[in-house]
Design a binder for this molecule. Sequence first.
Ligand code: ASP
Length: 323
Amino acid sequence: MRRAIVAAAFALLAFGGPAAADDYPSHPITMVVPFSAGGPTDALARILGKFMESKLGKSIVIENVTGAAGSIGVARVVHAAPDGYTVSIGHLGTHVANGAVYKLGYDLLTDLEPVVLLPSNPMIIVTKNAVPAKSLKELVDWIKAKPVPPTAGTAGAGSGSHIAGIYLENLTGVKLQFVPYRGTAPAMNDLIAGQIDLMVDQLSNSIAQVRAGTIRGYAVTDTARAQSAPDIPTADEAGLKGFHMTLWSGLWVPKGTPKDIVAKLNAAAVAAMNDPGVRKQLENQGLQVPPADKLSPEALGTWQKAEIAKWWPMIKAAHVEVK
Ligand code: ASP
């Protein structure tokens, strides 16, 4: 009996068995971005991934697996080997809201292992330049006066931009006609070109365009103005009390990934967020690094659970349609 156990242990060692962290990573890691290249999630993945590579000693390859508000990209990671070589980057939309909108075929809490909470940013209400409104109040009046609802770009039903749009509808009583894209990068292109009327977008995606004057920014959904956009009022200041929404991001790996590998990924991401050069790039996009006590894998798990409890009732009550 004892011999058999020893033999089994040797066999495991010889053929790999569950991946161990000692030689991890021994080859490139794939980070799955569930939205289009050039969007806010993609940008965050590339900024952090670049620094994490230097810590881990192997490259991080970004793979954009888009569609269905990011749920297809997350599924790709859920079904990958639990060896730390396939990592899911996502956010409040993909890892919270999607569970209330889609029959996912996976469980956001039990089929993934949380790694680390990533920076967050508020949303910003933006329109194409041709919209005549000069303030949020004028914008709401303009929307209400339109015979057909204006078009609002989103990254799909259940994405951050969609949930934020529904939130705006609920608070103001306006109606929007949502136009789904594979990410807010292509939606932004259409907004700049005037093909759609507005977006409730992540600040990090819109800020450069607002600064450049290619789109108009009306209000940010935070309790204080963004340091990176001090001219834009908060929604509270602009007369829309209580429109608070922070879009946070995170990293996950498939369930069953060894704890020491999760710890290595966590340490690399934390080091990236603590690096002054990386921080500067993040802050320039209006992204805020979470406090140190929120950066453990367990803290992300607890936070994700709390966010599910907060957002699912509102999303389900809004009867978000998946077309
Ligand atoms: N974060 C998404 C993107 O990268 C957009 C969204 O959730 O609205 O395009």
